[in-house]
Write a protein that binds this ligand. Structure first.
Ligand code: TXA
Ligand code: MG
Length: 371
């Protein structure tokens, strides 16, 4: 790890803040030994206390963090990401006490869900406490809180002593980063520090559940699926999201979480069938990247083919890294094999639909799953 003089750090930190500049020489700190982990936590906390924005690992995806109680710091997150001001950000905490401090009401169902899934990939939307700035909640009356299950961000929150507002560390509407390198490619030079905490273990963003009304509503599906929420919630009623109703969660915009290449979700019977479907895309085969997990095409000589795991947990962990890789490889189209229609795949189906240019799972060709 390069040695960086602390006076130099303080001076540059002040300069970043004075200029309010988007141009940074981005520092990337590893965490692969106890000493490096400690140094990374110290450096991140130092910048966050100074009102800066830093990219940190979480178990779902990397986050772009700032002091959740500092309005100006939170605004810089929006600036850096190019995020519309109407899209609220999640507040990350490192204890139940901190979570309760961010909200003005903590119903019994929040206790049950927190006991079952925290720390972990679940965000609870609750009425907002007065000291959480408007910018965090996009002017709304609620706040999303999450206790992430990654030692690095937990240690940073504890060192800071304040909660961290953090959306995914990517440009707005793009693909979330699951590795430090993905953050560097999209936000390098816009943030002073990226901490490398290794590949994200969950791989897709948290389940967002609204508890601000009497029943429970999933605003964004994730790896903790609706059935397990209901089981843990002790009989609370689940309302299904209405696509025609008022926009409750801006992350539910139709097109989101998208790679640069155009993505389609297809199912196919055999290689000839896949080839004929790809020819409808009016693309050269060699510019197509096929991401398959049950019917692996072996004879599509020109196309790139990658094989994903069948298991939903492993599939989610690998998905974004694979899509990033397709983009880096210059894919024009990414053809993803459709995934099962079961609850365990709920979050993955949601992300594929949002990333997709179009989804054309032909009804007469149901995908065949390995049991
Ligand atoms: O796993 C995750 O949730 C990651 C990591 C970094 O924690 N964060 C993340 O943040 O995905 P972001 O900003 O990319 O997505 C947060 C989603 C958005 O769809 C946002 O609209 C929704 O949560 N959200 C946040 N606060 C909300 C609130 N008060 N009411 C409704 N939706 C909210
Ligand atoms: Mg995001």
């Amino acid at each position: 790890m390069p040695h960086v003089d602390s006076r130099w750090r303080e001076r540059t930190t002040r300069r970043y803040i004075r200029r309010g500049s988007m141009k940074h020489k981005t520092e990337i700190l590893p965490t692969d030994t106890p000493e490096r982990f400690e140094a990374a936590v110290t450096r991140a906390a130092e910048l966050l206390r100074a009102g800066e924005v830093v990219a940190l690992p979480t178990e779902t995806v990397y986050g772009l963090a700032a002091n959740a109680c500092d309005r100006d710091a939170v605004r810089r997150i929006f600036e850096i990401k190019g995020r519309p001001a109407g899209n609220p950000v999640i507040v990350h905490v490192a204890s139940l006490e901190m979570a309760r401090d961010c909200v003005s009401a903590w119903p019994a169902v929040a206790d049950r869900l927190a006991a079952a899934f925290w720390p972990g990939p679940l965000t609870l939307v609750l009425p907002r406490a007065a000291h959480i700035p408007d910018a965090v909640a996009a002017g709304g009356s609620t706040v999303g809180v999450r206790w992430p299950n990654h030692p690095l961000i937990q240690a940073v929150i504890q060192a800071c002593g304040f909660p961290l507002a953090a959306p995914s560390a990517n440009l707005s509407t793009g693909l979330s980063p699951t590795r430090a390198e993905h953050v560097r490619r999209s936000l390098g030079n816009r943030v002073p520090l990226i901490i490398d905490g290794g590949p994200a273990q969950v791989g897709i963003e948290s389940t967002v559940v609204d508890l601000s009304e009497s029943s429970l509503r999933v605003l964004r599906p994730g790896m903790i699926h609706a059935e397990s929420l209901v089981a843990a919630a002790g009989g609370a009623r689940l309302r299904t999201h209405s696509v025609t109703g008022p926009r409750r969660s801006p992350g539910l915009l139709r097109r989101h979480y998208s790679p640069k290449a155009r993505l389609v979700v297809l199912s196919w019977t055999d290689e000839a069938d896949l080839k004929s479907q790809i020819s409808n895309l009016k693309s050269e085969l060699r510019r197509c990247h096929v991401v398959a997990h049950t019917r692996i095409p072996l004879g599509l000589a020109a196309a790139q083919v990658s094989v994903m795991p069948h298991d939903p947990t492993a599939f989610a962990r690998a998905l974004y890294a694979e899509l990033h890789r397709c983009d880096e490889g210059g894919a024009e189209w990414i053809v993803v094999e459709a995934v099962p229609d079961s609850p365990a795949w709920e979050g993955i189906r949601d992300r594929l639909q949002r990333a997709a240019h179009w989804c054309c799972v032909r009804a007469e060709v149901p995908p065949r799953w390995c049991e």
